[in-house]
Design a protein around this ligand. Structure first.
Ligand SMILES: [Zn+2]
Length: 481
């Protein structure tokens, strides 16, 4: 069962990363009254680290069939659900899960667009938008977001006239932000990769074709820079130099407020450029649609590489990406449904649960069942979950209010935020206490003798899990994210 080997490996990576962060203890650099611009207090960050260590301590696998050829099917085990920590920018398990789920969910919609490219109705590109490296991750993320918004606005219709912005041509797009340290600058390097399908060709030509051809005839590969610049369609004053630009890079330059003109537009072909040998043969064998879907994987990838972030950077990523959208869809991709974590089993598919064994450092044997059997009683918990959701809504509004008034509260801000969190948790705790009283004694007994767990499971308790009737730990750890 290679799926189990894979999740065991990921869980060990997550454990190693959190142990590494804990041993360095980058939180010691933060004072207890710290509040991040995104509204996280010291204790919030501390808990988020804990959540990575307990991520996917219970996993549900489903026995399903995948199509391997036109008429070939193979029975496989796939992850259906787990108690994920949902911090996909920093947790290796959640990064892997969201990447795999997005690739699976967008596979067919991407192929449908690719079929239209084949018919000449659409054009496919990978567009990479970059902003200049900077010291503040949060500020750079906001700048990228604002710049993209300005770029899109240039493409919006105004007064029944279509504006001339290139973004007006984009009919479907999916965008993933990537965060890393710039190799040369050492500062935060923030950029995003978009898979774009447009209804007419994107104008990314830098030089006048005819003029450039004449220059190549005259100078071969050694065209003097000033001559080449004269052949440019657009010129931008960037860092004190006249830089040759295309229409799209000029628009990006304007959208970033002159901060950057780095936008790369790479058209997707059956066989990508600079592709040779085995890889070239692989692309040649594929249909055009399959090739586009394969190349799209480059766009639907990790936000950051969890194992290559330093402990200090990991904390930065946790605080600065909190509540920020890192993946976005536009146009015709907006309607693609589904979620980044759950892939529920069909009623006729068998499911098994695996519980992480902290002592052995691996998952225990699969037992028939579902994650929700271990976490909560689906039917009777429904009402309670709705009420808990309302409390969460109130809590989030309160946080937003406090963050809006942060200048007024100053050093007291973290006290108010933490107190608000405590009140919220006490409320949720009380709700679930009530829920447990309503669950019948018979039901409790059933869960207590759930196959594979005796009346009190220290493994599950350790992992912060709650089994009604067998464990007094509270379920709100699961519902709080
Ligand atoms: Zn996680």
């Amino acid at each position: 069962m290679c799926e189990i080997q894979r999740i065991n490996k990921l869980k060990r990576v997550a454990k190693r990363i959190t142990e590494n962060i804990r041993s360095v203890d980058p939180l010691k650099l933060y004072s207890s009254n710290f509040v991040s611009p995104s509204g996280l207090t010291y204790t919030d960050i501390d808990e988020k680290l804990d959540k990575i260590s307990s991520c996917a301590s219970i996993i549900e696998l489903k026995e399903t069939f995948i199509q391997t050829g036109e008429h070939d099917y193979e029975q496989v085990m796939q992850v259906a659900a787990a108690n994920y920590c949902k911090q996909h920018t920093i947790c290796p398990i959640c990064a892997d899960r969201t990447q795999a789920r997005r690739r699976a969910r967008y596979n067919d919609p991407i192929k449908e667009q690719a079929a239209r490219v084949r018919e000449g109705e659409r054009h496919a590109y990978i567009v990479t938008y970059t902003v200049t490296d900077g010291v503040s991750l949060g500020e750079r993320l906001d700048h990228l977001k604002e710049s993209k918004k300005a770029f899109r606005l240039m493409g919006q219709k105004r007064h029944s006239k279509r504006s001339l912005g290139e973004a007006a041509k984009f009919k479907a797009a999916i965008s993933t932000i990537e965060i890393k340290r710039g190799e040369r600058s050492g500062k935060w390097h923030v950029h995003c990769h978009d898979l774009v399908f447009s209804d007419s060709p994107v104008d990314y030509q830098v030089y006048d074709k005819e003029k450039k051809r004449k220059l190549v005839d005259k100078y071969g590969n050694h065209i003097p820079k000033e001559k080449l610049n004269d052949a440019a369609l657009f010129k931008v004053n960037f860092d004190g130099n006249q830089v040759a630009a295309s229409k799209v890079s000029m628009e990006w330059y304007k959208a970033t407020g002159g901060d950057s003109m780095s936008i790369s537009v790479e058209p997707l072909r059956q066989v990508p450029k600079n592709c040779s040998g085995k890889k070239k043969r692989m692309f040649q064998k594929m249909t055009f649609e399959e090739s586009v879907a394969y190349q799209a994987k480059e766009v639907l990838k990790y936000i950051s590489k969890p194992s290559s972030n330093t402990p200090e950077d990991s904390i930065d990523i946790i605080t600065e990406t909190f509540n920020k959208r890192m993946v976005a869809t536009y146009g015709e991709f907006r309607t693609v449904a589904g979620d980044d974590f759950n892939d529920p089993a069909a009623p006729d598919e068998n499911t098994f649960v695996l519980v992480w064994d902290e002592k052995k450092g691996k998952y225990g044997e699969p037992q028939p069942g579902k994650v929700r059997d271990l976490i909560e009683d689906e039917e009777t918990a429904h009402d309670t979950r709705i009420k808990a959701g309302k409390l969460l809504g109130n809590y989030r509004r309160q946080r937003k209010f406090l963050m809006g008034e942060k200048n007024k509260y100053g050093d007291e801000l973290f006290v108010l935020l933490d107190a608000s969190k405590q009140r919220y948790r006490a409320g949720v705790n009380a709700l679930w206490k009530l829920y447990r009283q309503h669950v019948g004694a018979e039901k409790r007994l059933n869960y207590a003798v759930f196959e594979g767990c005796d009346k009190y499971s220290p493994t599950i308790a350790l992992a912060g899990m709650f089994i009604p009737g067998s464990d007094r730990r509270d379920i709100f750890h699961q519902s709080f994210s």
